[in-house]
Design a protein around this ligand. Structure first.
Ligand SMILES: NC(=O)C1=CN([C@@H]2O[C@H](COP(=O)(O)OP(=O)(O)OC[C@H]3O[C@@H](n4cnc5c(N)ncnc54)[C@H](OP(=O)(O)O)[C@@H]3O)[C@@H](O)[C@H]2O)[C@@H](O)CC1
Ligand SMILES: Nc1ncnc2c1ncn2[C@@H]1O[C@H](COP(=O)(O)OP(=O)(O)O)[C@@H](O)[C@H]1O
Ligand SMILES: [K+]
Length: 514
């Protein structure tokens, strides 16, 4: 698992070493890692170090110290180096080292921000070391002006020191302006704000430089499944598997108006390895569902046994909504997991069971919170994704999967997962229905087994009260990977994402085997 931590957690992990007088050693390790990352990045672009230029934007704290020490190393290796001190003063030892290595220093003031921005934009590399985990709020005054001007000028390779200045390291909230980084070099632990939107969008690729505090780190604030973890947890039918042990998913979706949503989510659930899909809906929709997925079973009356439910995609009309309400009530009393999307989100009881997974986008989450008297807009949710996903999980008692470029999953216990495996082509109609089908299929597969203490989630150290959130995160990741496979850099359709799902399972299966 990829782990991420709050600034407070990282600082607490640093404290014993600071108390032991090792602060300078930590900073040297960070600076060395940062300088090496810049060198590797330049070389990977086929550029020579000697004669290339770098400017470090250095704030007055330790983040600026890291940046100045790193720039001193780069100066010694032949780069033309400049420092812009954004707060007048800087870490004394780091500044001395930088000057001793031959670096040039400018001090940002009220009048020279635009002029400096033009100079810096001509450099090959810009290191953003203005603010790190000690930041309170965003950039202000001349530093804000400089960064805003520089961002407009589209500078060369921007490397953020520990975190892009202006991104809240804990939450991913962004205080504009921010210099969008191509690479962020994080020290000791990745900051949680680099794995949640909108912060993740400013961080570029994130690499971790260990600095010797790792043993002191507590349980992470946020986790992400990577390919080996997915391979380890994916349902793997045993030799004597049969369709009922693989998981049966009941689907309440679609209406005369939105037939496609039902067809797509059933197709996706089938593609994601469910043993059987039972479709509950009107005949006119069922015809389309079966035309696309003849393997599905249409249940016009009381359905046969199911292990999990998916409700909501394309749901509309009084009669259909009442059916969904009845199914939710029986799922609740039977203890069955349910994936609740779109139209069914407004049918939720005040408290949901912890094995229900709600899959709103930002607008739907704002509406959901509004029912609990939290008045927020879609934009509010988009700017504080982790905060509002957690709040909704706390209020509803269910797992909340908030869809987006980065999808955040909050469990009612407070745990947060985040996945970012897709691409912007996936923002297309029906894409969310595919996600619903995938998560529904996984919920059915894991309902019978897999989530107990002998299952693969336990083996990854995921606590019992985090496991349904983990299932949702696995679904989000498979959805993103299928989107990437379907897109290969070009447009895609939701059906194309669904068709690519078996390839993702195959890829991960080979990963497991090899
Ligand atoms: N601890 C360690 O040994 C290690 C730490 N490491 C590194 O240190 C970083 C944390 O360093 P840090 O704690 O010095 O804080 P940092 O992020 O540089 O900035 C805070 C400074 O800026 C100021 N300031 C605050 N907000 C502001 C704003 N909005 N706009 C303008 N100014 C603002 C604030 O001053 P104040 O306003 O409080 O007077 C303070 O002086 C961490 O991210 C990592 O890179 C690594 O080297 C490993 C070892
Ligand atoms: N920019 C993006 N990058 C990656 N994935 C995205 C992006 N925008 C949307 N998605 C994904 O596409 C899906 C869209 O779902 P949703 O908003 O419910 O659309 P619809 O209702 O049209 O199906 C979500 O799973 C979301 O995570
Ligand atoms: K920074």
């Amino acid at each position: 698992m990829i782990s991420a931590f709050t600034g407070t957690q990282i600082r607490a992990a640093e404290q014993p070493l600071l108390d032991a007088g090792e602060g300078a050693v930590l900073m040297q390790r960070a600076a060395y890692g940062l300088a090496n990352a810049v060198v590797r990045e330049l070389r990977s672009e086929g550029r020579r170090l000697y004669g290339s230029s770098v400017t470090v934007l250095a704030g007055k704290g330790n983040n600026g110290g890291d940046g100045l020490f790193a720039a001193a190393t780069l100066a010694r290796r032949g780069m033309r180096t400049t420092a812009v001190l954004t707060a007048g003063s800087a870490h004394p030892d780091a500044l001395a080292a930088f000057r001793a290595a031959g670096g040039r220093v400018h001090v940002l003031d009220e009048d020279n921000a635009e002029e400096l921005a033009v100079l810096i934009a001509g450099d090959d590399v810009v290191i953003d070391a203005i603010l790190g985990t000690g930041a309170r709020g965003g950039l202000r005054g001349s530093a804000a002006e400089l960064v805003a001007a520089l961002e407009e000028l589209r500078p060369g390779l921007v490397v953020a020191c520990d975190t892009p200045s202006g991104v809240d390291a804990d939450t991913g909230e962004v205080h504009w302006p921010v210099l969008t980084a191509r690479l962020t070099v994080a020290f000791g632990g990745i900051k949680a704000g680099l794995m949640a939107d909108p912060g993740e969008g400013c961080a570029g690729r994130v690499i971790l430089v260990p600095i010797g505090i790792e043993e002191n780190l507590p349980a992470p604030a946020l986790r992400r499944f990577s390919a080996p973890d997915l391979a380890a947890v994916l349902p793997d039918p045993g030799r004597r598997a049969q369709k009922y042990t693989r998981g049966v998913l009941g689907v309440v979706a679609g209406s005369g108006r939105y037939t496609g949503a039902a067809a797509i989510c059933v197709q996706a659930a089938s593609a994601a390895g469910t043993g059987m899909v039972r479709y509950l809906g009107p005949e006119v929709v069922a015809r389309q569902v079966l035309a696309r997925t003849p393997e599905a079973i249409w249940e016009p009356a009381e359905p046969g046994r199911v292990q999990a439910w998916l409700l909501g995609p394309g749901l509309d009309g009084v009669e259909r909504l009442q059916r969904a309400r009845d199914v939710l009530a029986s799922a609740s009393s039977a203890g069955q997991p349910a994936v609740v999307d779109a139209g069914a989100l407004e049918l939720l009881p005040e408290r949901c069971p912890p094995n229900w997974i709600l899959t709103p986008h930002a607008g739907e989450l704002a509406a959901l919170l509004g029912r609990g008297e939290v008045r927020v807009t879609r934009e509010d949710v988009e700017s504080r994704t982790v905060h509002f996903a957690r709040l909704a999980a706390e209020h509803t008692g269910a797992v909340v999967l908030l869809k987006g470029a980065t999808t955040v999953v909050a469990s009612p216990s407070g745990t947060v997962f985040s996945q970012s495996d897709g691409n912007p082509w996936m923002s297309t109609a029906g894409s969310g229905d595919v996600l619903g089908g995938i998560v529904g299929a996984l919920a059915a597969a894991y309902a019978e087994s897999g989530l107990d203490d002998h299952g693969p989630f336990a083996a990854l150290g995921i606590a019992p009260d985090e496991r349904w959130a983990a299932v949702a995160a696995v679904g989000a990741s498979i959805h993103g990977m299928a989107g990437s496979a379907a897109s290969r850099g070009g447009p895609l359709t939701a059906s194309g994402i669904a068709r690519a799902v078996p390839d993702v399972f195959r890829f991960l299966g080979e990963y497991r085997a090899g």
